[in-house]
Design a protein around this ligand. Structure first.
Ligand code: FDA
Length: 311
């Protein structure tokens, strides 16, 4: 019930306008969002790199409704790739096609993506297309398979979500192309017609997709904080003799930092997804929905910080 409410609130712009001006909510957000500007997050990225962790930077923002907004979003990503190179950060980028204009005009979205991917290719960098709700799965995969991957095979990859019933087929399609895939469970509220309602099925689908990607795919990103999924990946890699440089684990900024540290200590590759920007509200609400206990955890730590500052 709380999860559903949080996911519902994640799509309410009026609630966002209210919380954006609220100091307590900003304190909440800082646990999961590295900052509002590139300059503000460079130290956090450098600190992760120094601990042997690579990064994927995500400029927060979801669907835009005008061509001007979409072009401005693409400009920011081009500038971000320049900045990553100038600062010599070990980081690539993740983006959402709706922030590049997918809902405005597909040809505009494509034009923006060509601009970003030309820049990524120039730097030998990589752009991950985040996966949004199931309304966008076909359009995202079609654009990827027909236009973007053929033109920039080494510089662009996709995300597949194990909660969707279709995902094993999409994994097979991606492996045929040797496209790079990030596998995650899926963060959106979906109808039972397209997604498994039970966690056990989502987890079972995750393990199947992960194993196929690890044995037949191209450098998969295993994105999860679930110790059971991580142990299963380690076990499968050992049993099948899959070297640690043929895949990477991926986790979100601020989530399970203990597990992040442990993986690095054990010699596994880890990339942390670092979101930043002013549009942090829907992202934060999805993180809270995944684990409503975070509400109390973060409230506690924000209040603790506030009271110790007053002392
Ligand atoms: P699950 O939700 O089953 O949680 C397992 C355990 O992990 C929990 O018991 C808890 O210990 C820990 N945990 C999970 N979430 C936590 C949180 N927020 N705070 C604290 N602990 C938490 N989704 C999507 O739809 N499209 C996308 O493009 C992406 N991209 C993406 C990139 C990366 C790098 C990651 C790690 C995740 C995504 N996701 C995503 C989100 C993903 O689909 C999923 O919602 C979350 O990762 C939570 O699922 P878990 O696999 O972690 O397991």
């Amino acid at each position: 019930m709380l999860r559903k409410t949080l996911l519902y609130l994640s799509g309410q712009p009026r609630v966002f306008r209210f919380v954006r001006n609220n100091g307590l909510a900003k304190g909440f957000a800082s646990r999961f969002v590295a900052g509002e500007t590139v300059s503000a997050i460079v130290p956090a990225v450098r600190a992760l790199n120094e601990r042997g962790i690579t990064v994927s930077l995500d400029l927060l923002g979801e669907s835009v409704h005008t061509a001007a907004e979409a072009r401005a979003g693409a400009d920011e990503y081009v500038a971000l790739l320049d900045r990553i190179a100038a600062e010599r950060l070990d980081a690539n980028v993740s983006l959402k096609l709706t922030a590049m204009g997918l809902d405005v005009d597909e040809s505009l979205c494509l034009e923006n993506m060509h601009r970003i991917l030309t820049k990524a290719k120039e730097y030998g960098s990589f752009v991950r297309l985040d996966m949004e709700s199931s309304d966008y799965t076909d359009r995202t995969l079609d654009l990827f398979e027909e236009q973007l991957h053929p033109a920039y095979p080494a510089n662009v990859g996709i995300v597949l979500q194990s909660m969707l019933r279709r995902t094993q087929d999409d994994v097979a399609r991606a492996n045929r192309l040797q496209a790079r895939v990030r596998i995650c469970k899926g963060a959106y509220r979906e109808p039972e017609s397209v997604a498994f309602p039970d966690k056990a099925d989502v987890d079972g689908s995750y393990v199947r997709a992960m194993q196929t990607l690890m044995s037949e795919g191209n450098y998969p990103g295993i994105a999860t904080h679930d110790p059971k999924m991580i142990d299963e990946a380690k076990r499968f890699a050992a049993a099948e003799n899959i070297a640690t440089d043929r895949y990477e684990f991926q986790m979100l900024y601020g989530v399970r930092r203990d597990l992040q540290e442990q993986l690095v200590q054990e010699g596994y590759r880890l990339r942390v997804y670092v979101p930043f920007g002013t549009q942090w509200y829907p992202y934060l609400m999805r993180r809270l929905a995944e684990r409503p206990a975070n509400l109390w955890f973060i409230t506690g730590s924000v209040l603790k910080e506030m009271t110790s500052r007053r002392r």
